[in-house]
Unconditional design. Sequence first.
Length: 94
Amino acid sequence: MTCRTQPGIGRPEPDVPAHWYALGAAEYRLGAEGLATAAWLRAARLAPRRVAVRRALRMVPAPDDQSERREWTAPVTPSELGLAAVLCWLAGWT
């Protein structure tokens, strides 16, 4: 059910890291560590330098080395990496 007085209320926003972090926190409180980890990983990939997300991920360590490697997230977002690539390309032409 959506609110009719304010447009945009109830609209899904999958690219908001705070929502994924909150979902992970709720799942963790309910005892669903796997779902909490998945939500926090999504938040970490959307906002890789957010300290709260990194701290939350440390609360649920990976069960083995292979899982730990899959949980790795880049220190920058894909858009930041693209911007850096464009700047390097432009610097190469000057």
